[in-house]
Design a protein around this ligand. Structure first.
Ligand SMILES: [Ca+2]
Length: 261
């Protein structure tokens, strides 16, 4: 080994020795850093206490949807206090580009459910009688992950409409967007798309919109579409639904508009 090569080699060894260990993952916050008290919402934080009507009552047939977005891959939920009845339910699932994972019911105080997806969906489904509130805590931990949630909305009015992209123009490549429709006054809204302009392919494998209907305590995919053909309307008979939009890495278009009432 000549002297230059030796120095280079020693420098390499020094750098390799000094290199930090691979990040094993971020621990959970010791205590929730945020507090959420609304019926539904977009919660983007590393930890939160979600407290809805604790010690108070919740009307029959109420639906609330929280889209919860942690910075790390693992989202743990712990039920701290609950006045919910057997006929009510708090449900958790994960959301990613590939869809929505199976619902898990958070029913017992002290119970933990961990969602291994950066985006979790928490759904409160109240039975046909008034009930009492609850409190749960959420903690994000683990390795960082750069999956995007390029758009989101929570539509809670009795009727409304929505356009994406919000400011017009073309949607982006590699989009992964999620929109929840859950009127806070219980109802059975019907969702109608009024304009659709997406990249088209026969299986809608490039860009697509999927509509999920909250039914029997699960989000059932009722339609997946692309191109410019308006799909048939969907009635959310159990009071809530989701619209999920994903795009691939090339060819964009002008997106979509829908209304519900
Ligand atoms: Ca595309």
């Amino acid at each position: 080994m000549n002297p230059v090569a030796c120095i280079v080699f020693l420098a390499f060894v020094a750098v390799a020795t000094a290199a930090p260990q691979p990040l094993q993952g971020q621990p959970e916050d010791p205590n929730p850093i945020d507090t959420v008290t609304t019926c539904g919402g977009f919660v983007e934080t590393s930890s939160a206490s979600i407290e809805f009507q604790v010690g108070g009552s919740i009307r029959a047939d109420m639906r609330c949807v929280w889209i919860i977005r942690g910075p790390y891959v693992s989202q743990r939920f712990n039920l701290v206090q609950s006045g919910l009845k057997e006929t009510d339910g708090l449900f958790l699932s994960g959301h990613s580009r590939s869809g929505i994972t199976a619902q898990q019911k958070l029913a017992t105080v002290g119970q933990n459910i961990t969602i291994n997806s950066r985006t979790a969906i928490l759904t409160l489904s109240v039975g046909h009688a008034p009930t009492l509130g609850f409190k749960l805590e959420f903690f994000s931990s683990g390795s960082s992950e750069n999956s995007v949630l390029s758009g989101h909305a929570l539509l809670t009015t009795a009727k409304g409409n929505y356009t994406y992209p919000v400011n017009g123009g073309q949607y982006g490549n590699n989009e992964n967007a999620l929109f929840a429709i859950a009127p806070t006054v219980p109802g059975q809204p019907t969702l109608r798309f009024t304009r659709v302009n997406l990249e088209n392919d026969s299986g809608c494998t490039y860009d697509s919109i999927r509509v999920y209907n909250w039914f029997d305590n699960d989000y059932l995919q009722v339609v997946r579409f692309c191109g410019t053909t308006i799909p048939t309307s969907v009635t959310f008979q159990d009071g809530a639904g989701l619209v999920a939009f994903v795009t691939d890495s090339s060819v964009t278009s002008t997106g979509f508009e829908f209304q519900y009432e």
